[in-house]
Design a protein around this ligand. Structure first.
Ligand code: ATP
Ligand code: LTN
Length: 333
C-alpha cells in the first residue's frame, strides 16, 4: 500500500483580551476552521500573551473560557483539531526562555506591535510586552508548525520566529521547521470602523470601532451606519477612501464578490444602501456562530473535557520538542 504523506501542521493562537471581532474572524479564525481537513491543526487561546497588558484576573479567566467556546462556535471541531489553553502546556514558557537567549535586543526593538502597545500603555511597558515575540516563536516552534494562519498584523512576529528558528538550527543542529505565514486574500487587515487608519482591535476603547461576533442585529446595523466614510458618496475602492474600501473588503470577504462587482452592484447608490447591505451580510454570517456559541457555553462539562484533552495532546508533542532542545543546548538530563 502506498504510504500516505504526513499532513502539514498548523498552529495559531488568539488572545482572550475580549470577545472576538469581525477582524479576528475574517483575518484568522474563519480560515482556521477551513484548514482542518487538509492539515493537522493546533489552535490555542494565548492567555499568557494577554498578561502583557494589565488584566482583571476574574475577567481573564472568564474570557479564556469564552474564547475557547467561540473557537468551537466558529467551526473548529475538536474531533479534527487540537484546541487548548496556552498556559496549560508549560513547554511554551520553557522553550520561550531558550529562544529569548537566541533573540537580539535590536530585533525586538523593531517590532511595530511593541511600539504601538507601548505608546498605548505608557504606564506599563513591561518586559513581557518586549519579549512577546519570543513566546510566540516558542508557541509555533514547539510544534514544528509548517504554516501559521494569521492576520497581516502578525507577519513581522512570524518573520522573527523564522529568523530565530534558523539561528538555533545553525548554532546547534537542524531542529526546528521554518514556519510560513498564511494570510487570507481578502480581510487580512480589517480596519477600525471609526479610525480606518488603524486595524480593528478587540481591545479598542471605542465600542463603535469594532463589530463583535456576539453583537446582535441592531448593534451591527447601528455600528455600520455610524462607520466613517467620506464625502464623495460613491462605492469605490481607493487608497484615499479607507473607510469605504474597508467596508467593501468586509462585504467581499463575506459574500465572495470581487471589488469591481461590488462597485457595479452599488453604482449610483449612496452609502446608506451600501451600509445596509454590508450589515445584512454580517448579520447572516454571525447568526449561526451566535447560536452555536450559546450552546457550547451552556455545556460546561463538554468544554472542560475538550480543553483537558487538548492540553494533554498538545503537551505530548511539545514535551518531545522541548526535551530535544534541552539536550542540544546542554541542559543536564
Ligand atoms: P488586541 O486588541 O488585544 O491586541 P486583537 O483584536 O488584535 O487583540 P489578537 O488576539 O491579537 O487580536 O489576534 C488574533 C488573530 O486575529 C491574529 O491572527 C491577528 O492577526 C488577527 N487579527 C486581529 N485583528 C485583525 C484585523 N483587524 N484584521 C484581520 N485580522 C486581524
Ligand atoms: N500574537 C498573536 C497571538 C498569538 C499567536 C501565537 C498567533 C500568540 N501566539 C502563535 C499565531 C501563532 C496575536 O494575534 N496577537
Amino acid at each position: 500500500m502506498e504510504q500516505q504523506a504526513a499532513k502539514k501542521r498548523i498552529l495559531s493562537g488568539i488572545q482572550p483580551t475580549g470577545t472576538f471581532t469581525l477582524g479576528n474572524y475574517i483575518g484568522a479564525v474563519r480560515n482556521w476552521s477551513r484548514m482542518q481537513d487538509e492539515y493537522e491543526c493546533l489552535y490555542m487561546v494565548a492567555n499568557l500573551h494577554a498578561l502583557t497588558v494589565r488584566q482583571d484576573p476574574a475577567a481573564l479567566r472568564r474570557q479564556t473560557r469564552e474564547s475557547a467556546a467561540l473557537l468551537l462556535a466558529c467551526g473548529i471541531d475538536p474531533a479534527k483539531s487540537i484546541v487548548f489553553i496556552q498556559s496549560q502546556v508549560p513547554a511554551h514558557c520553557e522553550l520561550s526562555w531558550v529562544l529569548s537567549c537566541c533573540t537580539q535586543f535590536g530585533e525586538l526593538s523593531r517590532m511595530t506591535q511593541f511600539k504601538d502597545k507601548s505608546a498605548k500603555h505608557p504606564e506599563n511597558i513591561n518586559a513581557g510586552l518586549f519579549t512577546y515575540p519570543c513566546l510566540m516563536a516558542a508557541d509555533i516552534l514547539v510544534y514544528n508548525a509548517d504554516l501559521v494562519p494569521v492576520g497581516a498584523d502578525q507577519n513581522q512576529h512570524l518573520e522573527l520566529a523564522r529568523n530565530v528558528a534558523q539561528r538555533f538550527n545553525n548554532n546547534y543542529s537542524p531542529t526546528f521547521t521554518l514556519p510560513e505565514g498564511y494570510n487570507p486574500k481578502t480581510g487580512a487587515r480589517v480596519r477600525s470602523l471609526q479610525e480606518p487608519a488603524k486595524k480593528m482591535s478587540k481591545s479598542d476603547t471605542n465600542a463603535n470601532a469594532y463589530i463583535l461576533l456576539t453583537d446582535d442585529a441592531d448593534t451591527v446595523l447601528r455600528k455600520l451606519k455610524r462607520a466613517v466614510t467620506d464625502s464623495e458618496g460613491a462605492v469605490r475602492a481607493a487608497e484615499d477612501k479607507p473607510g469605504v474600501t474597508n467596508l467593501m473588503g468586509i462585504y467581499s470577504a463575506l459574500t465572495g464578490k470581487g471589488l469591481s462587482a461590488i462597485e457595479a452592484e452599488f453604482a449610483g447608490q449612496g452609502y446608506g444602501v451600501f451600509k445596509e447591505a454590508v450589515a445584512g451580510a454580517v448579520i447572516d454570517a454571525l447568526r449561526p456562530i451566535q447560536a452555536e456559541y450559546a450552546r457550547v457555553l451552556a455545556d460546561k462539562e463538554y468544554l472542560d473535557q475538550v480543553l483537558a484533552a487538548g492540553a494533554a495532546a498538545a503537551g505530548r508533542i511539545a514535551g518531545r520538542t522541548l526535551a530535544k532542545v534541552y539536550r542540544k543546548v546542554g541542559m543536564l538530563q
